[in-house]
Design a protein around this ligand. Structure first.
Ligand code: ARG
Length: 278
């Protein structure tokens, strides 16, 4: 679609249109999620790409990440789902290279449940669920932490975040292959220093300079591997820029009991909560 002339224009225009706040224009742009590396094919069978249905390439149709938390339920971010229509969506489960149609399982979305508090305007409750047309059998869903615990949220501990989001904050770039980066968890006090709207009851923060999630990673998982089991502790939600010093990534905290309990404030949310036994 983009002509080579247009690409050349973008390429030459880029240095001058770089954000003026960045002090050293000559610093090599990070070419990695931000600061990460490609993930092995098949490493995350429960990982989800949410896509608009249509004729374009999977790379163009991808808009957010997600995770399989039950055979027929995908967890994602509310801001990914709030303007979507179920009939126009599909998901790939367990695909690593978006363009490789042989990888993973494709499902349609039959129902979208946006967290009722997010729907009412509280952006801290950035959680949504997609019901799939058919269960994905033979794939173990990712594990969620025990509700109302913070054992996996110790500040300084390392977590991982994966996604097909932007790898370059100067000249947006979307990778075809899933990428991941290890990010340190922060204390609530530290997060609050950067984000006034941060809500420690339902959020958790992670990341440092040049290690972060970015646009297109939203809805995807922040997780830890403990004794061979993978626990999803967060959902990619927001951040001020990507990978900038003093602006960590903010995640909806999946161990928060409040996040799940308040899901029941809408009838669909209540049904989903019962279905998930959460
Ligand atoms: N809201 C972004 C998205 O829709 C994700 C932002 C994450 N930003 C960050 N710095 N961690 O993809």
């Amino acid at each position: 679609m983009a002509s080579s002339a247009a690409l050349a224009l973008i390429a030459t225009a880029a240095p001058t249109s770089a954000k003026p706040a960045l002090p050293d224009q000559r610093t090599k742009p990070s070419v990695k999620i931000i600061g990460g590396a490609p993930q092995a094919v098949g490493a995350y069978p429960w990982m989800v790409s949410t896509q608009y249905r249509g004729a374009g390439s999977a790379l163009d149709r991808h808009f957010c990440g997600g995770s399989l938390i039950a055979p027929d339920v995908v967890l994602t971010a509310a801001h990914c789902a709030v303007d979507a229509t179920a009939g126009k969506l599909e998901v790939t489960v367990g695909r690593t290279v978006l363009s490789d149609k042989r990888q993973g399982h494709v499902r349609k979305v039959t129902e979208i449940v946006v967290h009722p508090r997010y729907a009412k305007g509280d952006e801290a409750y950035d959680l949504a669920l997609y019901r799939l047309n058919k269960p994905v059998d033979g794939v173990a869903p990712v594990q969620l932490p025990t509700p109302d615990t913070d054992a996996l949220l110790r500040p300084g501990a390392k977590a991982n975040v994966i996604g097909w989001g932007n790898t370059n904050t100067r000249l947006p770039q979307s990778p075809d292959q899933l990428r991941g980066v290890s990010v340190p968890l922060l204390s609530h006090t530290e997060c609050k220093a950067t984000y006034k709207e941060y809500d420690k009851a339902v959020n958790v923060c992670a990341g440092r300079e040049n290690r972060d999630s970015c646009q297109g990673d939203s809805g995807g998982p922040l997780f830890r591997k403990i004794s061979g089991r993978t626990y999803q502790i967060g959902i990619v939600s927001y951040g001020d820029g990507c990978g900038e010093q003093g602006a960590p990534g903010v995640y909806a905290s999946t161990s928060s009991k409040k996040l799940w309990d308040t899901l029941a404030e809408s009838p669909q949310g209540k049904r989903m909560k019962q279905l998930l036994k959460r």
